[in-house]
Structure formats: C-alpha cells, structure tokens
Write a protein that binds this ligand. Structure first.
Ligand code: UD1
Ligand code: CA
Length: 451
C-alpha cells in the first residue's frame, strides 16, 4: 500500500510573489502539477496535497485532478507540522508514505520508482533521496555512514561552519513507513533557528534511516526564488529539446527555443531560431517552423511552413504556408495548401483547401470554400458593435483589393468582388459584385485657381 503526500502549504516568501509558490509556472504547467505527475505512474492508493497559504487558489488550480485529497495546514509551522496534518486522514493506514516537496519539480518518475524499490527491499523506516552538490548552500545537510545509514539532517541555517562543508544534501523526497512515522511525529519540537517543526528531525528518531543518492543532481533542484525557477526552466527545456532531437527534430539554435511537455513533433521537422511551442501542440513531419514563431495548443499537419507567425488553438493543414507575420487565432481550421501571408489575421474561421489570403487582411468568423482568393486588404466586418456575424464565401470566389464584407453576408461560388467594394448584401454564384462609387473623370480640369 502506498500513499503520496505533497507538501504545498508554504508561502514561498523568497519568490516575492502574489502567487503561491507551487503555482509558479514551469514549461507550461505549475510546479505542483509537475510534482503530482512525477508520481502518478506509481498508482498510489491515496494522494494527499497539503495546502495552506492561499489554499483555495491552489485547490482551484487542481480541480480537475481525480482522487486528490486536500489536507489543510493552517497556520504553517514547518514541514513536520505539515505532515502532522496527515495523522487524522491516514489513521489506520498500514503502508508506506512517499513525501514530496511541492517545490521540487524536475524529479524523474524512474527515480521515485528506484527509491521506493530500495525502501521496500531494505524494510527501512525511512529512505530519503540525497545528492552531492558543488554548491549545497540552502539545503539541509545529510549526515550518513558509508553503509547508507542516516544519523541526522541539519538545515543549512542551523549548521556549523564545519557541517556546511558536507556536500550531501536532503532533496526533500522521502519514503516513510507510515505507522513508524506516525508514532514519532507528535514528538517533534521547534528547537531550531526558524522555530518550526521540521520533518527532517524525524529521521533521527527512526531506525533504520537510509538514503539513496541520485545520479543527476539537477533532478532534485528545489525552487525557492526566481533565480532557481529560471535555472529549473532552463534545465527542463534542455531535457525536452534533447528528447526531440533524439527523435529526429533539427533545432538550428536550440537554446533560443522553448517547448512544453505537451509538444509533439514528427520526423524531420526543422525548427529555426526563436520558436516557442506551448500547451498541447503537434507539429507534423517535415514542417519548417521559424524563425520567430509562437505555436500554442495547435496542430500543424505535415509540411507546413511558418515564418514569424503566431498560431493559437488552430489546425493548419498539410502544406500550408504562414507568414511572415501572420496570426492564426483560436477556432481556425485551415485545410491543406492554404497561404496566409504577411499581416493577415485569421480568427474562428475555416479555410478550404488552397485558399490564398496573402496580404493585409482580417478574416474573422468566416467560412471560405476551396481555392478562394482573398485580395490584399480584404476585411470581413464581423462585429456590429453588439454581436459577431459570419461571412461565407463560396469555392473559387475572388475578392478585389480593399474589399469590406459586412457580415452577416454570403457570397456564392465563383463570385468576383471588385476592388474597393463594401458589400452588405448576399451575392449569387457566378456574379460580379461592385459596391463602390463610380469613377468620375473631368477632362481638362485644372482645379480651383488660386489668387
Ligand atoms: C526543505 C528541507 C531541506 C531540504 C529542502 C529540499 C525541511 C525542514 N527542510 O527545506 O532539508 O534540503 O527542503 O528542497 O524540511 N511547506 C508546507 N508547510 C509548511 C512549510 C513548508 O507545506 O509549514 C512546504 C512548502 O510549500 C514546500 C515544501 O514544504 O513545498 C518545502 O518547504 P521549504 O520552506 O521550501 O523548505 P526548504 O527550506 O527548502
Ligand atoms: Ca524549498
């Protein structure tokens, strides 16, 4: 039997933020979401999240997570006090308790698996994760014998100069035998520099207490301030890029690009400098993205080319070309081989195969049939000041430069709209529509004479 508890009640004073620390973002998810994800594959029987500072906000951010029990720690008197709050909800629980710090977000699932495996094999009372750091400052130091037995953990601020030279640190990840921990939790004291109840003090009361050292110390980086947040983001981005390079993606300038955990790439994608992929995004094989693109919660099919463009919550069909400087906004679907060119905005619209909107246009709340050719500067006027209305343009139609289509309006197939037209009424298939002042020419006109 396994229960997991994540400590997420602290304020995170060192972040100097209105946001609770565990809700700070990292590669598109919050710290606490990442921590919860790192133990999901262990399929624990119970999953408890200890909340306190801005508890409602933390709970609301995790409302969609099934099976998560929120345990309130109010006020917050330290990590030991946090775990004391589990005495009631875990009363009678006979298994192991995995305790994770809510601010240690880079843990690999395999690392937790190995910790649990050692803990169960050795039948220790507690097994904690440790690392050897070149710069251990800030972390609790772990004092252990060569056989892996831990005698004590001393917080950095409580250490003597001599103790601070110990490079072995506490990662804040522990596997406890719950009944044994429950027996010693009530005897914690506040005898330390912060006057808090430290979970780390239980280690000296449990027998045997063991540790397991992680191979890659980057995994257990704790986030206490903005510098560490940035360092973790960089480490995570590096990990994501390496993964996709191994899967056949070329990054011309990897360090200039960022990915989300939910980004997927097909083979032979070429990513030029300064591209950012967010949310649940998939990029089809052979796409050429960038330089300078932002793609969020979108699907790009095979062979799309995008240059200095922004795509959000949209689907872009195979072989489309976007930009430079195109914006494809939420709710848009482009069929294959569309061209959306410079300074074109497409919003909540569907474009049939082979549509061309090459220059300076706004296409909003519109449905364009196959091969529609939208002339430079064409605008769908979708908003009457109160409501949005749709524009429909049938297959093969062409709009002249600077046309305004005032929605709701429907153009049939193979319609031609004269340049500079403002249309407010429907146009049947095959028609030419002109909605502009007739040109007047006065010959031999020298204009008003001065003087
Ligand atoms: C803690 C460990 C330290 C370890 C480090 C690893 C203790 C006493 N120290 O120190 O040995 O090296 O983590 O990153 O445990 N929290 C609560 N309730 C509280 C206080 C904290 O839920 O009353 C939560 C915080 O939200 C955070 C986690 O516990 O997610 C750790 O707290 P933090 O104050 O960051 O501990 P550290 O000083 O980093
Ligand atoms: Ca911390």
């Amino acid at each position: 039997m396994l229960a997991v508890a994540v400590l997420a009640a602290g304020k995170g004073t060192r972040m100097k933020s209105e946001l609770p620390k565990v809700l700070q973002p990292l590669a598109g998810s919050t710290l606490v979401e990442r921590v919860l994800a790192s133990c999901r594959h262990l399929a624990p029987q119970r999953q408890l999240l200890i909340v306190g500072h801005q508890a409602e906000r933390v709970e609301a951010s995790l409302a969609g997570q099934p099976g998560l029990e929120f345990v309130l720690q109010q006020p917050q008197h330290g990590t030991g006090h946090a775990v004391q709050q589990l005495l009631a909800p875990l009363e009678g629980f006979e298994g192991d308790l995995l305790v994770l710090n809510g601010d240690v977000p880079l843990l690999r699932p395999a690392t937790l698996e190995a910790l649990l495996e050692q803990h169960q094999r050795t039948r220790a009372a507690v097994t904690l994760l440790t690392a050897r750091l070149d710069d251990p400052s800030g972390y609790g130091r772990v004092f252990a014998a060569d056989d892996g037995r831990v005698s004590a953990i001393v917080e950095h601020r409580d250490c003597t100069e001599e103790q601070r030279r110990n490079p072995l640190i506490n990662a804040g990840i522990y596997c406890f035998n719950w009944p044994q921990l429950a027996a010693v939790l009530p005897s914690l004291t506040t005898d330390n520099d912060q006057g808090e109840l430290y979970l780390t003090d239980t280690v000296g009361m449990l027998e045997p207490a063991m540790h397991q050292e992680v191979a890659d110390a980057a995994e257990i980086s704790g986030i206490n301030d903005r510098l560490q947040l940035a360092q973790c983001e960089a480490a995570l981005q590096e990990r994501l890029r390496r993964h996709w390079m191994a899967e056949g993606v070329t990054f011309v300038d990897p360090a200039s690009c960022t990915l989300s955990e939910g980004t997927r790439f097909g083979r032979d994608v070429l990513v030029e400098p300064q591209c950012h992929f967010r949310g649940a995004t998939s990029i089809g094989a052979g796409c050429r993205i960038g330089p300078g693109c932002l793609i969020e919660d979108s699907r790009l099919e095979e062979g799309v080319q995008a240059l200095y463009s922004v795509v959000r919550q949209a689907v872009v069909g195979a072989g489309c070309s976007l930009g430079p400087f195109a914006q494809v906004r939420p709710g848009s679907t482009l069929a294959e081989h569309c061209h959306v060119g410079n300074f074109v905005e497409v919003k909540n619209s569907s474009l049939g195969a082979g549509v061309k909107v090459n220059h300076l246009s706004y296409i909003g709340d519109a449905d364009l049939g196959e091969r529609v050719n939208v002339g430079a500067g064409t605008i769908t006027a979708n908003y009457d000041g109160v409501r949005k209305h749709r524009t429909v343009i049938g297959a093969g139609s062409k709009t002249g430069a600077n046309s305004v289509l005032v929605a709701p309006i429907s153009l049939g197939e193979n319609v031609t709209v004269g340049a500079g037209s403002t249309l407010t009424r429907n146009v049947p298939s095959g028609a030419l529509a002109l909605g502009r002042a007739r040109q007047l020419v006065k010959e031999n006109w020298s204009g008003p004479q001065s003087g």
